[in-house]
Design a protein around this ligand. Structure first.
Ligand SMILES: Cc1ncc(COP(=O)(O)O)c(C=O)c1O
Length: 347
């Protein structure tokens, strides 16, 4: 049985969170002399002399409405990378506990584990980039606190079979983190719709991809109110800045534009999926539910350099185990994709 208090680090359970000026006084007042701000104003523009809402109340309320969850089920981070780091700090005792991930996958799980002195366990995805769930469960140790499942997976682009994620959620008594950074480009429901069923489920999403806000740094973790309360307790008090909170609130009112952009990117992705296999150097194009495509080519290093010479930068993943010979290509604009296809054809 999963019990949250059994896996939270004892020091985290015991500690008191930082109490900010805005925590200690919430009412209306005319003179604020409590937070050592600059009351003369800001050189950066209106409002920015004041600290932002540490609990991001307005933003969470609006996100909750849109995503069909409760505000108490939302944590907001300075990118989802911050949520990944805080999840380690919440449950993994440095030098003692371990996490498991499924390479080839997103690199920050490993980096964040190393930073937090957490042992890394790895189970390679199958040749068609699915999770071998029985193997994963065999690998689980009493010290394994988190399993990261990236779906759609970066850099392979595919969704992980929901049945295998469900098996994992039912059989593993630690946190199962489903990273859905690319879910807006996929034809699949989010795992946020299953939060009530699984107290050990954490879903990560981000405003960096479909919403086009990578520069503002806003990531989300959805989980039980109990898990979210611990993340909130250990986060830096003002982790989401005022500009990001304001701009995200505005962006959330533009959902039609989001849909239009996602549709256009998916359409461009499908055009690339059709065109790439016709090129002589392309050996395989992997199916994608994301805004990028993994492409196996005859000479990955050569093609990578040749594209660079023409000013086109893609990601060379050919040295990653499970991705030999592969480049990862982000779907661009119509013109950019045409330029890419022309450059690959000329190689
Ligand atoms: C799978 C995955 N998760 C998380 C992130 C990080 O997102 P953020 O910009 O919200 O930190 C990325 C970024 O590329 C990603 O590919």
């Amino acid at each position: 049985m999963f019990k949250l208090n059994d896996i939270i680090r004892p020091n985290v359970l015991k500690m008191k969170p930082y109490s900010s000026a805005r925590d200690e006084f919430k009412g209306a007042a005319s003179v604020f002399l409590d937070a050592n701000e600059n009351n003369l104003g800001s050189l950066a523009g209106e409002n920015y002399n004041r600290y932002p809402d540490p609990h991001q109340r307005k933003l969470k309320e609006r996100i909750a409405e849109i995503k069909g969850v409760q505000p108490e089920q939302i944590f907001l981070g300075n990118g989802s990378d911050e949520a990944i780091d805080l999840l380690f700090r919440m449950v993994c005792r440095p030098g003692q506990d371990s996490m498991l991930h499924l390479p080839p996958t997103y690199g920050m799980y490993e980096v964040s584990a190393h930073l937090n002195d957490v042992t890394l366990e790895a189970v390679q995805l199958t040749p068609d980039y699915q999770m071998p769930v029985e193997e994963v469960l065999l690998q689980v140790k009493p010290t394994t606190k988190i399993i990261f499942v990236c779906s759609p997976n970066n850099p392979t682009g595919n969704l992980i079979e929901p049945d295998s994620i469900e098996d994992l959620l039912r059989s593993f008594n630690g946190l199962v983190v489903v990273d859905e950074a690319y879910i807006d480009f996929a034809q699949a429901p989010s795992w946020t719709t299953r939060l009530q069923e699984f107290p050990n489920l954490v879903v990560l999403q981000t405003f960096s991809k479909a919403w086009g806000m990578a520069g503002l740094r806003l990531g989300l973790a959805f989980a039980s109110p109990e898990i979210i309360a611990v993340l909130d307790k250990i986060k830096p008090p003002y982790n989401i800045n005022e500009a990001t909170q304001e701009l995200a609130l505005q962006a959330l009112e533009r959902q039609e534009a989001l849909q239009d952009m996602v549709e256009e990117i998916v359409q461009e992705r499908e055009l690339l999926m059709q065109a790439l296999p016709t090129l002589a150097t392309v050996e395989k194009v992997y199916p994608s539910d994301a805004n990028f495509i993994l492409v196996k080519v005859k000479d990955a290093d050569g093609l990578y350099k040749s594209l660079l010479n023409k000013g086109i930068v893609v990601r060379n993943r050919s040295s990653v185990p499970g991705c030999s010979g592969c480049l990862r290509v982000t779907v661009g604009t119509l013109e950019e994709n045409q330029e890419l296809l022309k450059a690959i054809a000329a190689f």
